[in-house]
Ligand binder design. Structure first.
Ligand code: FAD
Length: 387
């Protein structure tokens, strides 16, 4: 199905489609059901260079932008997979590339590009403060050549399949800063050896078989040169990563949306009830037509968010709006597809129920629908702050 968005990436899409075709639905279904990590699939993406898409050529990467990275994510989901297993490497790159020191880039980027290291994790969310990020309680206190970290994080994904993790912690107490977003700092941690030396990882069993964890920090000492950029300015740095993350998730939702529509249209054309294909009934057609229309519209906003991010223009509004529109459209498509399949939508062998659960996540993470609406109301429409 040809989409309306301006897109000149046929070669990129063809390459991804051929890689993804080697991992049929049964592969993703098995990992989804068993809650295991699709190691072979991520290895194949790494070997083909896609996990290094956004790393500049000078450091051994492909030097592509968020636009291309988002197409990689979209194609994985469109092929029936789940890019949630690897999207962290793409959006975390925004923080390191834009705010890391030359020494940090030289040390890590070539290794990430070659696949020797993975930067798949970002630890922001905390159990007691949730979306109210500036109130987070994890602290990093300078002590000589180190920082000492104490606190707790929750829902931190891919820690067990990453070598590096971005950590957001408070370095100046909230009571001592002029603005609540000041005094937070970003660190780039090498995870090897930290477990049992002040950091504990506790996996969280969950609805989508996602590798995600609780983290506990108890006097964890990390070298001071793990700090990214200036101390206390971390919230601003992490926003670049968050805008990239929202745009990539939008692309994944678009991929899911097209997957649901493709499957539903094919099934509606072949399933005969009352002596005719069910897709001949407008009651079946209209929900699919409406969901498809909304996916197409969301896709335009996704490419605008990518364009702005790649042009180094402010992209917060478009990244948030793209994520909202795309998550709603994929959820609408998921429901329309489930309804079209009737009882068979619930059978695991059709993959609809798995993808239905996977795409539902994006109403909540990485930012919930209400919080995006609140961002648009306050930052785009100029309405008074509600919190
Ligand atoms: C599978 C999974 C993977 C994740 N991976 C990561 C990760 O790798 N790293 C990371 O840092 N985090 C991760 N997260 C966390 C995710 O970003 C948060 O769950 C999400 O931002 C919502 O935060 P919360 O769960 O604390 O909800 P809360 O902030 O507790 O909010 C709960 C509900 O209340 C609503 N709400 C809260 N305040 C308001 C308000 N003022 N007005 C209206 N509605 C409001 C929210 O919209 C939401 O629906 C992950 C989560 C999941 C489920």
């Amino acid at each position: 199905m040809k989409t309306s968005a301006p897109d000149t990436h046929d070669d990129l899409r063809d390459a991804l489609r051929s890689l993804c075709a080697a991992f049929p639905p049964e592969y993703h279904r098995r990992h989804g059901a068993e809650g295991t990590y699709p190691v072979e699939f991520i290895d194949a993406l790494t070997e083909a260079g896609w996990m290094a898409a956004m790393i500049p050529e000078a450091f051994g990467g492909s030097g592509l932008g968020l636009t291309e990275a988002s197409i990689v994510m979209e194609e994985i989901n469109r092929a029936g997979g789940n890019a949630g297993h690897c999207h962290g490497q793409m959006y975390n790159m925004g923080t390191l590339l834009r705010h890391g020191s030359d020494a940090q880039k030289e040390r890590y980027l070539p290794c990430i590009a070659s696949g020797k290291l993975r930067l798949q994790s970002m630890a922001v969310t905390e159990p007691t403060t949730g979306t109210d990020t500036t109130k987070l309680k994890t602290t990093a206190v300078r002590k000589g050549d180190t920082y000492v970290v104490n606190g707790q994080k929750v829902w931190i994904s891919r820690v067990q399949h990453s070598d590096l993790m971005i950590l957001l912690a408070r370095t100046t107490p909230l009571a001592e800063v002029a603005r609540k977003s000041d005094g937070l700092s970003v660190f780039l941690l090498e995870l090897d050896g930290l477990i049992g030396r002040g950091m504990e990882v506790k996996p969280i069993a969950n609805m989508v078989g996602h590798e995600t964890n609780e983290l506990f920090f108890d006097d964890l000492e990390i070298p001071a040169d793990t700090l990214i950029g200036e101390e206390g300015k971390g919230f601003r740095y992490i926003l670049d990563g968050l805008n990239a993350e929202r745009t990539l998730i939008a692309a994944e939702c678009i991929g899911d949306g097209y997957w649901f529509i493709d499957r539903a249209v094919a099934y509606a054309g072949e399933r005969e009830v009352f002596g005719r294909p069910i897709g001949q009934n407008q009651g079946v057609q209209f929900p699919l037509a409406r969901a498809f229309t909304n996916i197409e519209a969301a896709n335009l906003m996704r490419f605008e968010a990518c364009r702005r991010f790649d042009a180094m223009e402010p992209a917060g509004a478009q990244a948030n709006m793209a994520k909202l529109l795309a998550a709603d459209a994929s959820w609408e498509a998921a429901n329309a597809c489930m309804q079209t399949f009737g009882g068979f939508g619930f059978a695991q062998d059709y993959d609809i129920e798995r993808k239905f659960r996977e795409t539902r996540l994006y109403q909540v993470a990485p930012i919930s629908t209400n919080l995006i609406l609140s961002y648009v109301a306050e930052h785009v429409l100029g309405l008074p702050r509600s919190f």
